[in-house]
Ligand binder design. Structure first.
Ligand code: ADP
Ligand code: ARG
Length: 345
């Protein structure tokens, strides 16, 4: 493999850190599962507008290709090679009263984590048989959920287009055909082995075999962040007694994309900020201060709709789950404060 053509205008972390020297060091390396540099970088090479551009095929990818992953991880999470990751899922450590008790700004709150089964290939190189095994293992674990968390599984295979579209429009289901994942090998054998589990109220969801083997999600209308967190943690406790997930003391939970390592948690609100939306510099100053990311409301890489935005924690590694959620809360309080100040008197 030759050094790939990376145009000057490319702004991804791949383009920034895949120097000819790093390329030469890594070009002949392979993980025990056969994952190569070419597979690590293909998504970012094919999609020059990527923000990151790399995916791991297994836990070992992060050490075998450390010369590329480490600087990306450092820039994205502010996390050093000698740092350790710690987890804290104790809701009692949160101080997150509803930032919008009158329900004027926050449309909905969602917290998700990514999980991958220990010693299993990640989605980029997973075989069809392993993917099916992930699905059956997950379903067995989910059958242990009770009460509010009890629900049903809806496999994508055989799902009507109508149901798929409805779930997507309700912001519950992942999109189909993501080009970033596609170039990294994640969409092979689609839709086999993929699906969504949800409880009766659609406040607890599990995506199976999308970017990560499991995405475990708690979601509800309004801004009661703590209630959303508590529901997620109670589900995780049950699921994690049934399945062992890939985790190490340096990188925390192992995920397909380096942006999700550590807590693998993205805590978000959909929030209406019409006045701040007219002053993006002021908006960004607040989100930067609290390490938050601004996305559109139809998922990653989507545009905002009107003045409704998806605001979430950007860092996931080197901070605990409680810190990630606390950052979101404190940032949202600041955003709502600024929005009120800017409102015409
Ligand atoms: P992920 O959270 O899995 O990294 P996305 O940004 O693609 O990825 O979001 C996945 C889906 O979750 C999208 O349909 C998005 O609209 C929905 N979503 C995210 N945050 C919220 C929220 N706070 N309220 C409602 N839906 C949300
Ligand atoms: N690979 C895509 C990019 O570089 C997504 C990166 C982060 N998001 C994710 N879902 N892993 O733009």
């Amino acid at each position: 493999m030759d050094y790939p053509k990376l145009p000057k205008k490319c702004k991804s972390l791949l383009c920034k850190y895949l120097t000819p020297k790093v390329f030469d060091t890594l070009k002949n390396k392979k993980t025990i599962n056969g994952f190569t540099l070419e597979l690590v970088i293909n998504s970012g090479v094919q999609n020059i507008d990527s923000s990151i551009g790399v995916y791991a095929g297994d836990e070992e990818s992060y050490t075998t290709f450390a010369a590329l992953f480490d600087p990306i991880i450092k820039e994205y999470h502010g996390f050093d090679t000698q740092d350790k990751h710690t987890s804290n899922l104790n809701p009692d450590d949160l101080n997150t009263p509803n930032p919008d008790s009158e329900g004027k700004f926050i449309v909905s709150t969602r917290i998700r984590v990514g999980r991958n089964i220990d010693n299993m290939h990640l989605g980029a190189v997973i075989s069809q048989g392993q993917r099916d095994l992930v699905e059956s293992t997950a379903l067995k674990a989910l059958s242990a959920l009770e009460g509010e968390l009890a629900g049903n599984y809806y496999p994508l295979l055989g799902m009507t287009k109508e149901l798929q579209d409805d779930l997507y429009k309700e912001h519950l289901l992942f999109k189909e055909g993501d080009r970033f994942l596609d170039a990294a090998g994640y969409n092979r054998n689609w839709p086999d082995g993929r699906g969504i589990y949800h409880n009766h109220d659609k406040t607890f969801l599990v995506w199976i075999n999308e970017e990560d083997q499991l995405r475990i999600i708690s979601i509800q209308q309004g801004g009661d962040i703590k209630e959303v967190f508590i529901r997620l943690v109670s589900a995780l406790k049950v699921i994690e007694t049934e399945v062992t997930f890939a985790y190490n003391n340096h990188l925390g939970y192992i995920t397909s994309c380096p942006t999700n390592l550590g807590t693998a948690m993205r805590a978000s609100v959909h929030i209406t900020l019409p006045n701040l939306a007219k002053d993006m510099d002021a908006f960004k100053a607040i989100t930067d201060k609290y390490y938050l990311q601004i996305r559109g409301i139809n998922g990653e890489h989507s545009a905002n709709e009107g003045s409704v935005y998806d605001i979430s924690n950007q860092r996931r590694l080197g901070i605990t789950e409680v810190q990630a959620v606390q950052n979101l809360h404190d940032g949202v309080v600041a955003l709502i404060g600024a929005e009120k100040t800017l409102a015409p008197k």
